[in-house]
Design a protein around this ligand. Structure first.
Ligand code: GTP
Length: 344
């Protein structure tokens, strides 16, 4: 596992990384889900998350063929960071510390407790208001989250058996339909439409048996990688974008307004659109990069080259106390004062 996460295949370091927040009320099963995604095995006794924990999933992306001179599809290695933000009230005031440079969000709710679904609007509101985003959707800056999201309903094994929560056969589909109806997603999102969970099984059951079908989640991650590193649309939509630069939605000072847990997502009043900060990235040079490490579509624009990891320099404020989990793998971000160590 260490070699797999740390160095990629054949000792080649992964090309880049995308960051995914995993959000939802306390106890809905975020840690269990992340463990399943990363380790592909169930966690027996998840501990309550303190502040935030980060796990890393290693993924291979098949780079699209963009040159007539190069007909071979190339595999690229990427990290998917999964930020497990505690849902406990005691962290409400400070959890926005973890909302930085977000590429995507997984919302998790507990099908046996309806209020956990209703409160997802508060989570969406909060992250839209206080987060900074990497590769935001060009048309998603008003009234919706500017990055793709996925909603997962959990604990169907103990949910009431009437209505959509009665079956766990297609939870991702059901959640997607619901979130689309509420206007959380923009039409261009390429989100999973196939079922994630084996028919008739909950996440918990799937976790116990270690047989969760990961395809939908994997496709979600791949769509985030594609958006961050291969999307020409994003670049075309912003005239100031150059080489690795990406627009960033800066943190809005506007206070977050929380809604009643009983209200539906249709009542969401999103904060005013966040400020668009499209200034080119002039951050520190982060070390050598060979052209082979750069997605082809962007190789021609590199000036000067730097690593494809975060587009924006990390400030001291962006650092978090990372809870280390029991399994071990180290992941570090380069940069003199910018450093995250994750021990998986
Ligand atoms: N019945 C059932 N229990 C589950 C399922 N998934 C997780 N749990 C249990 O729910 C409890 C909370 O799970 P966690 O994964 O720690 O939840 P969390 O959202 O990370 O909670 P916080 O860290 O407190 O925010 C644990 O006891 C899990 O075993 C499921 O699908 N069904």
């Amino acid at each position: 596992m260490i070699g797999k996460l740390d160095g990629g295949r054949d000792g080649v370091a992964p090309t880049g990384q995308v960051r995914v927040l995993v959000l939802g009320d306390a106890g809905v099963g975020k840690t269990s889900l992340i463990h399943l995604i990363v380790n592909e095995s169930p966690i027996t006794n998840p501990r309550r998350t303190i502040g935030c924990a980060v796990d890393v999933k290693h993924l291979v992306y098949k780079e699209p063929i963009t040159s007539p001179f190069n007909s071979r599809q190339k595999d690229r290695e990427f990290f998917v960071e999964l930020w497990d933000v505690s849902g406990h009230e005691q962290y409400r005031q400070c959890r926005s510390l973890f909302y930085s440079q977000i590429n995507g969000v997984i919302f998790v709710h507990d099908l046996s407790q309806r209020n956990t679904k209703a409160s997802l609007q508060g989570w969406a509101n909060e992250v839209a208001s206080l987060g900074t985003f990497s590769a935001p959707l060009p048309h998603g800056q008003s009234g919706t989250l500017p990055v793709p999201s996925l909603v997962i309903g959990n604990k169907s094994d103990i949910a009431p058996k009437n209505g959509v929560t009665g079956s766990s056969s297609n939870l991702v589909d059901a959640a997607r339909q619901w979130v689309e109806k509420q206007g959380l997603l923009t039409p261009s999102d390429e989100l999973p439409t196939t079922q994630t969970f084996p028919s008739g099984r909950s996440l918990h059951a799937a976790a116990k048996e270690g047989n969760l079908d990961m395809e939908s989640v994997r496709r979600f991650f791949l769509s985030l990688i594609r958006r961050r590193y291969y999307s020409e649309d994003l670049q075309a939509s912003s005239p100031v974008l150059q080489s690795w630069d990406r627009p960033t939605i800066s943190r809005s000072p506007a206070p977050v307004s929380y809604h009643s847990r009983n209200s539906s997502l249709g009542e969401i009043q999103y904060p005013q659109p966040s400020t668009y900060n499209g200034s080119p990235y002039n951050g520190p040079y982060n070390g050598p990069e060979t052209p082979n490490n750069v997605p082809w579509s962007r190789q021609q624009r590199l000036s000067p080259p730097h690593t494809p990891s975060p587009e924006q320099p990390f400030s001291q404020d962006d650092f978090l106390p990372v809870r280390t989990s029991s399994s071990a793998a180290a992941y570090s971000r380069s940069g003199s004062s910018s450093h995250i160590d994750i021990h998986l």
